[in-house]
Design a protein around this ligand. Structure first.
Ligand code: SF4
Length: 346
């Protein structure tokens, strides 16, 4: 039996058919799910997806809403560039394509945030086209089944994986096959404990035959991450804390965060400039590490309980007095939630 037939047969019996984005299939709904599912598990995505669809049921509503609102709906999902790109792409489709998704993998993958695999998934699932996908789950299944060596981030390995993915994508039932491969990777050929006895591909799987499952796919070459330091300052007045809107580029783009300083001296200089703060006592609130893909950030957060809001910072348009008990609809930098929880719990 052909590879794709084995996969489809398994899908008919065991595949997932009731996920929210598998209902009322449209390119828009598939696109949003694909972007949310990048680096995030299905069970985490479902509630976010449902809330998102309720607020932005179509491309027009997403294109017309302010970015802050989109970021608010994304708060907690991480990798915020995904949300910024969603918003940008919705506006491009609305303005340049009259609200209709372009119809080829090539033109879909020109849009911000849509790579070749996401474009393939939209074309296969929502447009009934013959297109291959290669997300993290599919890479793992193929690398193991065909014993493809090397880290999938390497260009040569990736090329080989795409070749195999394209070769095995069937002309018929492409949408089901696409979903089946994603499910197989997520439910059977999992990263650390693949369920080989229940895998439809076991008889042909080279990693299984050669007992090399743990080695495949190849690991990313290790490099130790550099460590950066930052000082955050919590200025709290009753239930409110002072936040600044972060710049549109860099980490946590356009989200709200605490006043940030490169070091202790920088923080002291800020406090000296704000006459209302010079006499205030600072306490250490929290110290923790947040890890990005390319560095660790050690965050040292100090706290000042204010009797009055300092007038000196009030004129800045980028500030927001954020009410921790009745939060405004804005996107927050991820580690800020930890600090807010700490302040609320006391
Ligand atoms: Fe993955 Fe095991 Fe199936 Fe091979 S046999 S594809 S390792 S689950």
């Amino acid at each position: 039996m052909k590879f794709s037939q084995q996969v489809l047969q398994w899908f008919d019996q065991h595949g997932r058919k009731d996920l929210p984005w598998q209902q009322e299939i449209t390119p828009y709904r598939v696109w949003i799910s694909e972007i949310m599912l990048q680096q995030t598990q299905v069970k985490t995505v479902i509630p976010y997806y449902q809330r998102f669809m309720q607020s932005f049921p179509d491309i027009k509503s997403l294109a017309e809403t302010p970015l802050d609102d989109v970021l608010h709906h994304w708060s907690g999902l991480g990798y915020y560039n995904r949300a910024k790109n969603l918003h940008k792409t919705a506006q491009i489709i609305q303005q340049q394509f009259q609200g209709e998704f372009p119809h080829t993998v090539e033109s879909l993958s020109q849009l911000p945030g849509i790579g070749r695999s996401t474009a393939g998934a939209i074309a296969a699932i929502a447009m009934q086209q013959h297109a291959a996908i290669l997300d993290g789950n599919v890479k793992r299944v193929l690398a193991r089944c065909f014993a493809i060596e090397g880290w999938p981030g390497r260009a040569a390995t990736l090329k080989q994986l795409w070749q195999v993915a394209e070769e095995h994508t069937p002309q018929k039932r492409t949408a089901d096959y696409t979903q089946a491969m994603m499910d197989l990777g997520a439910m059977v050929c999992t990263r650390s404990k693949p369920d080989c006895p229940n895998c439809p591909l076991q008889a042909r799987c080279l990693a299984f035959k050669q007992q090399r499952i743990a080695e495949l796919p190849g690991k990313k070459p290790k490099k130790s991450l550099p460590i950066k330091q930052t000082r955050w300052l919590v200025l709290q007045h009753q239930d409110e804390i002072l936040l600044y809107k972060r710049p549109p580029t860099g980490i946590w783009p356009s989200l709200y965060g605490l006043p940030e300083f490169v070091d202790e001296q920088d923080l002291r200089a800020f406090m000296l400039k704000q006459s209302a703060l010079t006499t205030q006592a600072t306490t250490m609130l929290d110290e923790f590490r947040h890890t990005f893909s390319h560095y660790h950030l050690d965050i040292h957060a100090s706290h000042i309980a204010l009797e009055q809001k300092p007038l000196s910072v009030m004129e800045d348009e980028q500030i927001l007095w954020y009410n921790m008990r009745q939060p405004q609809d804005v996107g927050l930098a991820a580690p800020l939630k930890r600090i807010i929880n700490k302040l609320i719990i006391g």
